[in-house]
Every structure is written in structure tokens, then in C-alpha cells.
Design a protein around this ligand. Structure first.
Ligand code: ATP
Length: 349
């Protein structure tokens, strides 16, 4: 559906040229939700804006539905852009227009009559759950409702692709969840391909099928979300997955842990913080009690969850293991051999 081929985006920065995106190759399949994650400044926004040529790449090709956008003339590009909707972190609604009129705007710009516009806007209002609020102005609706307007407006021209630039970053966790559920529903009901960028692993985990991780303008890792969560390869990816756990630990626990780990450095490191990821059969096995007995260890479970990622059971535990270094190492080797992904996490605390 979308092929990003050797795309580089160079900007003229104040201290010389900046390559915000460096030689990126990615393929995004029809009908999937593809997440691009990276820390601030990694180049995510720049890359996603090349997909509709809001940024024209310095070199490389953007192929959407078989058409190379970089080779189109202005009218062809306008037509191609109608197939690509976009939503933004700060919604970008017009404050002087009602909910209805904001959604109608792209259709007015396409020259449709009032009746034709109404035929399209009415079901969109229904789809995003805003029928009752259609005459309100943006100042009188919540952030989540504003994003629903943004989504309906992006869908007005019945695009094939939806680009989402940090669409949930300004929203609280519960509203984020409801917007992500709406995106999943749209993806399934309309068969829309969605490319979303985010700095939150939680967002990727909740709705993406495949993902790419960016750092310093490059894609450093990409693949199925479940595979990357099971065994992240790049240190940046590992740290970002570790961050999800660190952020979920209550502040008091985190503080005590930091003090304790700092002290154990001095006392020879008998405490080790690990992230254990269980998938498939390992989710159902009593592996933890087995290693505690076998290797004479103490485990404190600090955080844990069993989720489903792409329909597969996935368990993740943060544990503090206490015991002799040799026994801890042997226990972790044993767990790895049973299909558990083991990662030491002391560095993210
Ligand atoms: N128009 C521009 N001119 C010059 N430099 C730019 C421009 N746009 C982005 N950059 C630089 O390119 C790099 C990547 O920025 P980008 O906004 O794509 O990152 P990001 O991963 O989306 O980060 P964030 O989540 O903070 O927006 C940064 O160093 C940024 O300063």
C-alpha cells in the first residue's frame, strides 16, 4: 500500500544542514495499523509528513497505492492527497465552525452541494459518536471529542490511508483508549490503512499490527509488534519497552528501588531487576516458583500484566531477584531456555 524507498529529508538548520530522516525504507501493508515510535527529535513527524508530501523528501520515493507521489504534477498530487487523511495532536479544528461544519470543510473544498455534504457528514457523525454534539463549537467540547471531529473530518473524502501524528498525546489515558478503540473500529470496518506515530509504547501495544522504531532519523528496528515486545533487539527499543514498566511502577516503589539498587552496587550487586516476557506456552507454566526453588532465590514481583497483543497472550513481569550472582545468572539462563525473554532492567530505574 505504501512504500517508502530510500527517503532522506534534509533541512537547512541554523548550525548547518540537518538530516531529520536518513535513508529510510519501509513498506506498510494494505489494511494494517502501522506504528512508528521514537523519542523526541527521532524524525517521526518529518517521516510521516513525507507520506502526503507535506514534506517533499530531499531524495527517495513515496509510493502510495502504486503511484510515486514525488513524480506527480500539482493537480495529480491534489487528487492523491484526497486519498490520505491526517489527524494531529492539537486537532487543528476551526474555532469559528461547528462540529458539523468542521467535518464538512474538506467536502466544501471539493465543491460538493449541501445535500451531498449532508449525506456524507451525517454517517460520519454517527461513526465517531458525535451526532448529539453536531452544532457545538470546538470551545464547548472535550479534547477527546475534538479528536473525534478531527477523525471524522479526515475521513470525509473517504481516504484509503489515515496518518495520525501523535493523535492521543494531548489526551488522558482513558480518552486515549477510547480514541484508539475508535481507530481500530475504523480500520476494521472501513479497511483503512493507518500509519500512526507516537512516543508511547502503550499506544503501539494497544492497536498496532506492525511497528518501526526510529532514532536519529533512521529506522533501527521494525517488525510485528508481538515479536518486538517479546525480544527487542536495539537498546533504544529495549529502553522504551522498559520505560513502560518503569512508568507503571508506583512512585514510592520506584524511589525505594532506586535507593536499594544504588546501595547494592556498593554491596556487590545481589539485587537485580529483570523484565521477564512470557508468550505462548510459557504464559501458563509455573516457571517462577520453579526457579525460586531450584536456584535458591528470592523474588519480589514489582509489576506485572498479562495482555493480548495481536490476539496472542503476552505476559510481562518486573521482578527484583535477590541471591548469589551465579544463581541469578543460572536462573535467568534456565528461564530463557524455557522460552521466556529475560532482560536486565537496572539501567532504566
Ligand atoms: N522544518 C525544519 N527545519 C529544520 N529542522 C527541522 C525541521 N523540522 C524538523 N527538524 C529537525 O529534525 C529533527 C527531527 O524532528 P521531528 O519533529 O521529525 O522529530 P519527532 O521524532 O517527530 O520528534 P517530536 O516527537 O519531538 O516531534 C529534529 O532535530 C528537528 O529539530
Amino acid at each position: 500500500m505504501i512504500k517508502i524507498q530510500a527517503v532522506t529529508q534534509r533541512f537547512a538548520g541554523s548550525n548547518g544542514p540537518v538530516d531529520a530522516v536518513r535513508n529510510v525504507d519501509l513498506t506498510i501493508n494494505k489494511g494494517e495499523i502501522f506504528g512508528i515510535i521514537g523519542r523526541s527529535g527521532a524524525g517521526k513527524s518529518t517521516l510521516v509528513r513525507t507520506l502526503n508530501l507535506l514534506n517533499r523528501p530531499t531524495s527517495g520515493k513515496i509510493i502510495v497505492d502504486g503511484k510515486d507521489l514525488t513524480a506527480l504534477n500539482a493537480p495529480e498530487l491534489r487528487a492523491a492527497r484526497r486519498e490520505i487523511g491526517m489527524i494531529f495532536q492539537h486537532f487543528n479544528l476551526l474555532s469559528s465552525r461547528t462540529v458539523y461544519d468542521n467535518i464538512a470543510l474538506p467536502l466544501e473544498l471539493s465543491g460538493l452541494s449541501k445535500t451531498e455534504i449532508s449525506k456524507k457528514v451525517t454517517p460520519l457523525l454517527e461513526l465517531v459518536g458525535l451526532t448529539a454534539l453536531k452544532d457545538r463549537y470546538p470551545a464547548h467540547i472535550s479534547g477527546g471529542q475534538k479528536q473525534r471531529v478531527g477523525i471524522a473530518r479526515a475521513l470525509a473524502n473517504a481516504p484509503k490511508v489515515l496518518l495520525s501524528d501523535e493523535a492521543t498525546s494531548a489526551l488522558d489515558p482513558e480518552t486515549t483508549r477510547s480514541i484508539l478503540e475508535l481507530l481500530r473500529k475504523i480500520n476494521q470496518e472501513l479497511g483503512l490503512t493507518i500509519v500512526l506515530i507516537t512516543h508511547q509504547m502503550e499506544v503501539i501495544k494497544m492497536i498496532c499490527d506492525r511497528m518501526a522504531v526510529m532514532e536519529a532519523g533512521k529506522v533501527i528496528e521494525s517488525g510485528q509488534v508481538i515479536d518486538i515486545f517479546r525480544s527487542p533487539k536495539h537498546p533504544v527499543t529495549r529502553a522504551m519497552i522498559g520505560d513502560v514498566i518503569a512508568q507503571d511502577l508506583p512512585a514510592g516503589v520506584l524511589q525505594r528501588l532506586r535507593t536499594r539498587l544504588a546501595r547494592s552496587d556498593v554491596t556487590g550487586g545481589t539485587d537485580h531487576l529483570f523484565r521477564l516476557a512470557f508468550t505462548g506456552d510459557s504464559v501458563d507454566q509455573p516457571l517462577l516458583s520453579e526457579v525460586v526453588r531450584k536456584f535458591n532465590l528470592d523474588f519480589s514481583i514489582l509489576h506485572g500484566q498479562i495482555d493480548e497483543i495481536q490476539g496472542q497472550a503476552f505476559g510481562s513481569l518486573a521482578i527484583l531477584a535477590n541471591g548469589s550472582s551465579d544463581n541469578i545468572a543460572a536462573a535467568m539462563t534456565y528461564l530463557s531456555a524455557q522460552g521466556v525473554t529475560v532482560e536486565e532492567l537496572n539501567h532504566v530505574i
